[in-house]
Write a protein that binds this ligand. Structure first.
Ligand SMILES: Cc1cc2nc3c(=O)[nH]c(=O)nc-3n(C[C@H](O)[C@H](O)[C@H](O)COP(=O)(O)OP(=O)(O)OC[C@H]3O[C@@H](n4cnc5c(N)ncnc54)[C@H](O)[C@@H]3O)c2cc1C
Length: 410
């Protein structure tokens, strides 16, 4: 019997297996080179190549705008990210940002916005970005301060955004800004801002441990037309959270891809490295570690593809996606660290695959909701489900009402 693959799991259909095979071959032919010497140009080129090959059709929704389907298929998104991450962290990043950066337009955009932006995102001729975080508002995104004041025919933007992926190379930014005095999440509205809007500038390029285009953005009396608003005024936080809900599971898939690559590198090394008269893989200590790595990866992959499958069935997956993201990113960090250890000195040599993975994985535990934020989402979700389904609580509520009614009568 042939060795089984995760693609044989019941979450997938024949079209997913066919796509995985095709992408694997494409990645082997196109992603072999090292892209890191000029990340901006490497990202632009990757996006163009993804567009030509048709992969970006899966990052947007709406066949009329060049998408593969009316809705984004989460399992396809996850298979693409896992495969790309196994081959190149930068390729995974470039693909993922086309989806996250245009997700709000797919989900809430007007017809004119969809026609203007989505076909170009799918063709790889427009680069997208998602601008939510600010210097004073990261995990607590509802505390954002960037302001959009209503003016004749549109809005005037003033404020800053930071740690914005594709900052500096994007053609447009989906931006979240405060439009009224309502506190927290209620006063936020979403917009799409073209990179050439007057009053918009890249205030600073930010370098991080695994090179990606990243920037702090500044808006000074930046005027945009009213037609650039996405969704209703005051609905921006909902727009942001809905976009993140689609793509959070795919962050888990990328982490699974990084971890699988690390396990392969560890296996290759352990089975060939001679020491003390045998190979490293012959030692039980090594075998125990390899077993933990492989089991952790499968557990993370099962959570990831469960969340993806549930979402494709039309279910709400806020809890399942958070479980997948925190488990997959934390597991991948441990697996990659173990692989570095197994490779010994070679594991920390610059540009060795495991050394690159060690740097690539770290931000995934922070962005699109840090692990601690995912823990809160899971805990709140399961407490709510428990309270809604607990019969004793219903009884005590009824008893409470009866007593109150009785009290009133007395
Ligand atoms: C590589 C990279 C790319 C990014 N790309 C984008 C992008 O494209 N668009 C965008 O808008 N943003 C982006 N970000 C920003 C990212 O979303 C924020 O960094 C993230 O939300 C955390 O916010 P913060 O950095 O302000 O940390 P803080 O919010 O200050 O949190 C610091 C730490 O506190 C802990 N923490 C948070 N909440 C709790 C809690 N309730 N209880 C206990 N501990 C807690 C977590 O460990 C967290 O990491 C990116 C970040 C990175 C690193």
């Amino acid at each position: 019997m042939a060795e089984s693959s995760f693609l044989d799991w019941p979450f997938f259909e024949a079209r997913h297996r066919a796509l995985a095979k095709e992408l694997e071959a494409w990645a082997a032919a196109h992603l072999a080179g090292n892209h890191e010497s000029n990340v901006d140009e490497a990202c632009r080129q990757l996006v163009r190549e993804f567009g030509k090959a048709g992969w970006l059709k899966h990052a947007i929704g709406g066949k009329a705008y060049g998408a593969a389907g009316e809705n984004i298929d989460t399992r396809t998104l996850c298979i693409i990210r896992e495969t790309l991450a196994r081959n190149s962290g930068l390729a995974d990043f470039a693909f993922a940002m086309q989806g996250l950066g245009s997700g709000a337009i797919t989900l809430f955009g007007t017809e004119a916005q969809k026609q203007k932006y989505l076909p170009r995102v799918a063709e790889g001729t427009f680069i997208a970005a998602f601008a939510l975080s600010e210097p004073g508002a990261g995990s607590d995104a509802a505390a954002l301060q960037c302001e959009a004041a209503q003016r004749e025919g549109g809005y005037e933007l003033n404020g800053e955004k930071t740690l914005i992926s594709n900052g500096g190379i994007a053609d447009f930014y989906v931006l979240f800004a405060r439009t009224n005095d309502a506190p927290g999440a209620k006063g936020i509205t979403a917009f799409v801002v073209d990179a050439n809007a007057p009053g918009f500038e890249i205030a600073e390029r930010i370098q991080i441990m695994a090179p990606h285009p990243l920037a702090r953005l500044k808006f000074t009396k930046c005027r945009i037309a009213a037609s650039q608003r996405i969704g209703e005024p005051g609905q921006g936080f909902r727009v942001a959270m809905a976009s993140l809900d689609v793509f959070r599971t795919s962050v888990a898939a990328a982490a699974v891809g990084f971890a699988r690559r690390a396990l392969n590198e560890a296996l290759r090394h352990a089975t060939s490295r001679k020491m003390f008269g045998q190979t490293l893989a012959d030692f039980q200590l090594t075998q125990g570690k390899l077993a933990e790595m492989a089991t952790g990866i499968d557990a993370a992959a099962l959570l990831t593809y469960r969340a993806a499958w549930l979402r494709d069935q039309g279910q709400n997956v806020t809890v399942e996606a958070a479980m997948a993201k925190m488990t997959a990113t934390e597991t991948a960090q441990g697996v990659i660290d173990a692989a570095v250890q197994m490779l010994g000195g070679r594991g920390v040599v610059s540009e060795e695959p495991v050394e690159q993975l060690y740097r690539e994985i770290r931000p995934l535990r922070i962005y699109e909701g840090a692990t601690e934020v995912q823990q809160l989402i899971v805990a709140r979700g399961i407490i709510k489900r428990f309270q809604e389904s607990d019969p004793s609580r219903e009884e005590s509520k009824r008893a409470g009402h009866a007593e109150t009614a009785g009290d009133r009568k007395r």
